[in-house]
Structures are given as structure tokens and as C-alpha cells.
Design a protein around this ligand. Structure first.
Ligand SMILES: Nc1ncnc2c1ncn2[C@@H]1O[C@H](COP(=O)(O)OP(=O)(O)OP(=O)(O)O)[C@@H](O)[C@H]1O
Length: 320
């Protein structure tokens, strides 16, 4: 189907490390990326994001499963769609002594893109005037934006960025985020992987959350956040000891943190106030807690015993 830019079913990859240990990096991944807009591909370090992206791009072979890009099975029919796809998986090589513009002009020539595209892509990535400066004088954020500009030369419909903000300062992160947002708004599909959920939350139209090589949740940011962590209410009250049993009797879960009670499970915040008031206890402060992707992620992975702390990057090598 062409309304999906990317789709995978049962995708699987096992690495064998130099010491002969088997590492299942991707275990039956079902991923759907709608065409148009920014899709956040989220998961902690080592959850299989890079491996999945490399399989999609035909850089490594899957052990099992199927993948499509714009409805075409890949890697079999990758040549038909490759011109519609731009990706940054590793830092691309540019000539340090040449300007950003010169580097892009050389690339445009190499791939047969019109020279006029160079000015356009510099503008699209807000490099504009700085295109005249030497590459070696660029900040990390500018280098990363030049890499994005290079992928834009051939006007791809799908852009795949693997952790594009790694190592950038807050200003650099903001610039990349704005670039992604404007690319998505132009109707392109941006598939961006990240382990920093808060970063993607602000630009993604839809997200997929993976843990240990498997899909844990997907949908719009609102759907994913709404589905987990729903109905938590933060309560400030003088007498914690007396309030806790009253709230647990109502069937809610209560936890004390930083002087506040966090009450899970109440359908409406007002139910919490009412229940306490009935027992002559009055809240000093009450606020619904909006779950962010970070807490959603922890909630989703907790059941799997795969919290972020438990996943440590394994030994690397082999075919990487
Ligand atoms: N070439 C390789 N040989 C052996 N194991 C590997 C290789 N590449 C990745 N792995 C392991 O596979 C698992 C998934 O790694 P992958 O890089 O795909 O995850 P990721 O979500 O992209 O994480 P990161 O953000 O750290 O790159 C990890 O346990 C990793 O150590």
C-alpha cells in the first residue's frame, strides 16, 4: 500500500559476536510508517533501531520477515524506490577544506542533481549564507544539517535519520528539529530514530516505540501517551498517612514522591478530591499528570523486564 512509506512484518536479525555469542537485535518487528509527516522510531540504546534501519536500506540482510517501502518489497525491489529515499545512517564524508556549498555542488554533480538544487537545499536546512564557509569551520549542528541538505539534493519522499541529534548542543538539537518539522510539513516522510523521547515528542506526528527488537506501541503521540499513564493525579495534602488508606480503599494505587501523592486509576481528578473531602481531608493542590513519552516508555517496557537500565549495549563487531 502506498499510504505507508515503510512497513515491516516479523523482521528479525541475530548477530553473532566474535566470541560466538548470539545477540537477537530485532525479534519480529512489525513497523508501519505512514507516508507524509514525521515518524519517531523510539527505543533505548540497543533496542534494535539502527539494525532495523540498516536492514531497510539493504545495508545488512534480515534473517526473517518482510519489508516494504512505498509498497514495494525490499530489498528485492530496492532499486525501484531507492531514488525516493534519502538516509543518514553514519556521518557522511565531506571535504573539510571546501565550503558547504562546494561540497554540495560536487555531490549534485556526482548524483546528477541540478546545480540549482544546491541553493534550495541550503535554504531548506537554514544554512543559507553559511554555505560559503569552509566545512571544517562548521559546528557539529551545521555539519549535521549539511548532511541533511545532501540527502535532500535528489528530493527524496522518505528521509531516514538515525539519531540525528546525537552529540549536538540544545541549539543544534532545536535546528535539526525545525528542519525535520518543515520537511514533514512539505509532505515528505521523515523516519527519525531516537532514544531521547522528549526530543522527538515535539516534532513527531506518529511514533513507534520499540524495546528489545519488538514493537511495544505505535500511533499518534496523543494516542500513545493517552494509552499509558492515564489518570494519574498529583495531590498535595498535609496528612499523607491518613490520606493513603482512604485512596487505596477506593481501588486506586498511591505512591508518595517528593512530598506529593501520585494517585493512579481515578477516572476523574474530582473523584480524588471528593473521596478525601468525604473523610474531612482537603487537598492543598491537585493536578492531573500528563504522561510524557519517557514515562510511557518505562511503563511499556516494565512488563517486559526491559527497562532502559537493564539494556546494555552488547559486544559489537562482526558484520557492523
Ligand atoms: N555488528 C554487531 N554484532 C553484534 N551485535 C550487534 C551488532 N550491531 C548491533 N549489535 C547488538 O544488537 C543490539 C541492537 O543494536 P542496535 O544498534 O540496532 O540498537 P539501537 O537501538 O540502534 O541502539 P543504539 O542507539 O545504541 O545504536 C544491541 O544489543 C547491539 O549491541
Amino acid at each position: 500500500m502506498d499510504d505507508l512509506a515503510v512497513s515491516t512484518r516479523g523482521l528479525r536479525k541475530t548477530y553473532r559476536t566474535r566470541r560466538g555469542k548470539r545477540v537477537v537485535a530485532v525479534r519480529g518487528l512489525d513497523l508501519d510508517v505512514p507516508a507524509g509527516g514525521v515518524h519517531g522510531f523510539l527505543g533505548p540504546n540497543g533496542s534494535g533501531k539502527t539494525t532495523s534501519i540498516r536492514m531497510l536500506l539493504g545495508l545488512i540482510r534480515a534473517d526473517a520477515g518482510t519489508m516494504t517501502m512505498f509498497g514495494r518489497p525490499v530489498p528485492e525491489r530496492l532499486p525501484e524506490v531507492v531514488s525516493r529515499v534519502g538516509a543518514i545512517v553514519e556521518s557522511p564524508k565531506f571535504f573539510p577544506a571546501f565550503s558547504g556549498r562546494k561540497n554540495l555542488e560536487l555531490l549534485a554533480e556526482a548524483i546528477g542533481a541540478p546545480r540549482s538544487r544546491v541553493g534550495e537545499v541550503l535554504a531548506e536546512t537554514s544554512l543559507g549564507e553559511r554555505g560559503k564557509d569552509k566545512y571544517r569551520a562548521y559546528s557539529l549542528g551545521m555539519k549535521q544539517r549539511l548532511a541533511i541538505a545532501a540527502t535532500l539534493l535528489k528530493e527524496p519522499d522518505l528521509l531516514i535519520f538515525d539519531e540525528p541529534t546525537n552529540g549536538l548542543d540544545p541549539a543544534g538539537i532545536r535546528e535539526i528539529r525545525e528542519t525535520m518539522r518543515s520537511l514533514g510539513a512539505q509532505g515528505r516522510t521523515v523516519l527519525v530514530s531516537s532514544h531521547i523521547l522528549a526530543e522527538v515528542e515535539q516534532v513527531a506526528d506518529t511514533v513507534s516505540i520499540i524495546g528489545h527488537g519488538r514493537l511495544l506501541a505505535s500511533g499518534t503521540v496523543a494516542e500513545v501517551i493517552g494509552g499509558a499513564g492515564k489518570g494519574t493525579v498529583k495531590v498535595a495534602i498535609d496528612n499523607h498517612e491518613a490520606a493513603i488508606p482512604v485512596l487505596t480503599e477506593a481501588g486506586w494505587t498511591v505512591r508518595l514522591d517528593g512530598g506529593y501523592l501520585y494517585v493512579d486509576g481515578a477516572a476523574h481528578p474530582a473523584d480524588v478530591t471528593r473521596r478525601l473531602a468525604e473523610r474531612g481531608m482537603y487537598v492543598a493542590e491537585l493536578a492531573p499528570v500528563r504522561a510524557d513519552l519517557e514515562s510511557v516508555f518505562l511503563e511499556l517496557t516494565a512488563g517486559e523486564g526491559l527497562g532502559t537500565d537493564e539494556i546494555k549495549p552488547g559486544p559489537r563487531g562482526g558484520d557492523r
